[in-house]
Design a protein around this ligand. Structure first.
Ligand SMILES: Cc1ncc(COP(=O)(O)O)c(C=O)c1O
Length: 428
């Protein structure tokens, strides 16, 4: 069966995709898949477990910790945060020595925003997206209230429909008073992807640094932070990089900024020579200055196999496959869902889209419960009315998307979702 799938309006996006082609994910076998009948479309919340991670963890626990004990610091443990950081740097177009794996995304966002804001001079405004992920808004507002009270946070209400709509607002707002712009490249709810290079250029035209949260792009969308001259970035490793629940995040800082940026928490692991145990803090000359305390070796070790798989598959090839799956979703939405009261929130323009499809429906919570409990389809609910389907090109299959669409159709056509309570639980 053939589906002609046209992407956007651009020639390069034209392709003829077969269903069987979409059902062949060359890297799927490298993951633990306990029940192949379950359509897992939540890899943008928590990625699947790579088989190599199981082996790696057995080695780290039994051999590195169990046998080699403290000696492992001098073997694999001290270099790991930089080594994995550089691998992630390769996926986002950062140069060697610009990326470190450490702490959580929230903490890294605070550290990077604080560090950049020390160079604001008389500028007073932090610009962000009102629809940014809550932690980004909380961190920026907390930073403003508790540390830099003279600053003002300007969360913009943006129409995530197109680059033109978003860029025109940013062009009007950014000015000589903008101290920092902080945005999530791909929005966690709508799936909208900012035009990273155009917005970065806009910021720089006003002498403003920009900090990107790449949590919903890294591992799914090719990025070239170096070419765009991005100042700093942060992001999660437990989504498309499959690093495991609560896995440490990454922080990237452009090299020419590094000597000028300080860590607001000058812990010993960010010092130039931690094992000298000196009395005075001297920051490490490199990206390591953004470390704080002892790295969580177990969870850090679990990040590497997922990153290696992504590097092996190649981010450009992954995006190509991921985009075909997205197109398949859009096609099935047009044929079977739009007449049932669902709205498509995610833009259809490849350049303005990450790797998840979001649908809006007034009974989204109950429909999500029906999908999980009756149809073996796992999406995410994002309040008040969004159902989000993550597409992880490493392992998502075309038939999982077909299963999800059939489940949505059945749930609404037969009204089965109405038997679920409207009361929400904490996760999904
Ligand atoms: C865009 C974005 N930023 C930050 C976070 C949270 O990161 P962390 O819990 O590692 O601080 C998330 C979590 O889903 C996210 O989607």
């Amino acid at each position: 069966m053939y589906h002609r799938t046209l992407v956007g309006t651009q020639q390069r996006d034209q392709c003829l995709t077969t269903t069987s082609e979409l059902d062949h994910a060359p890297f799927r076998d490298r993951f633990v898949i306990d029940d192949p009948q379950v359509a897992y479309l939540d890899g943008n919340s928590l990625g699947r477990l790579p088989k190599a991670t199981v082996t790696r963890m057995q080695h780290v626990v039994s051999h590195e910790w169990g046998r080699a004990l403290i000696g492992s610091w001098n073997q694999d443990w001290l270099p790991i945060a930089r080594r994995v950081g550089d691998k992630i740097g390769g996926l986002i177009g950062a140069a060697t020595g610009e990326t470190l794996v450490c702490d959580s995304t929230s903490i890294n966002l605070f550290k990077a925003a604080w560090a950049l804001l020390q160079h604001r001079g008389s500028r007073r405004t932090i610009v962000t997206d009102a629809a940014n992920f809550p932690t980004d808004l909380y961190v920026l507002d907390g930073l403003r209230q508790q540390v830099e009270p003279e600053l003002r946070l300007q969360p913009l209400v943006l129409d995530h429909g197109s680059h033109t709509a978003v860029n025109s607002v940013l062009e009007r707002v950014i000015n000589h008073d903008t101290a920092l712009i902080c945005l999530s490249h791909v929005n966690y709810k709508t799936g909208y992807a900012f035009d990273l290079s155009a917005v970065t250029e806009m910021a720089h035209a006003h002498g403003t640094p920009i900090l990107w949260d790449l949590s919903h792009s890294v591992g799914a969308v090719p990025l070239d932070l170096g070419a765009a001259q991005v100042d700093a970035a942060v992001g999660c490793t437990y989504k498309y990089l499959n690093g495991g629940p609560g896995a440490p995040a990454f922080l990237m800082v452009r090299k020419d900024w590094l000597p000028r940026l300080r860590n607001p928490i000058p812990g010993w692991f960010g010092a130039a020579r931690p094992f000298d145990f000196g009395g005075t803090y001297e920051p490490h000359p490199g990206i390591e200055r953004f470390a704080v305390g002892t790295p969580p070796i177990l969870s850090l070790s679990a990040v590497e196999p997922g990153v290696d798989l992504t590097c092996e598959a190649g981010i450009v090839a992954l995006r190509q496959r991921g985009w075909r799956l997205m197109q398949r979703f859009f096609e099935l939405y047009d044929q079977r869902l739009q007449q049932l009261g669902f709205g498509l929130v995610t833009p259809r323009d490849r350049d303005a889209t990450g790797s998840h499809v979001s649908l809006i429906h007034e009974d989204a919570w109950q429909i999500t419960q029906d999908l999980i409990q009756q149809h073996r389809v796992i999406p995410d609910f994002r309040g008040p009315d969004i159902i989000r389907f993550g597409i992880t090109p490493l392992y998502t299959l075309g038939r999982e998307i077909e299963q999800a669409v059939a489940a949505l159709e059945s749930s609404v056509t037969h009204g089965t979702y109405r038997s679920y309570p409207q009361q929400r639980r904490d996760v999904t």
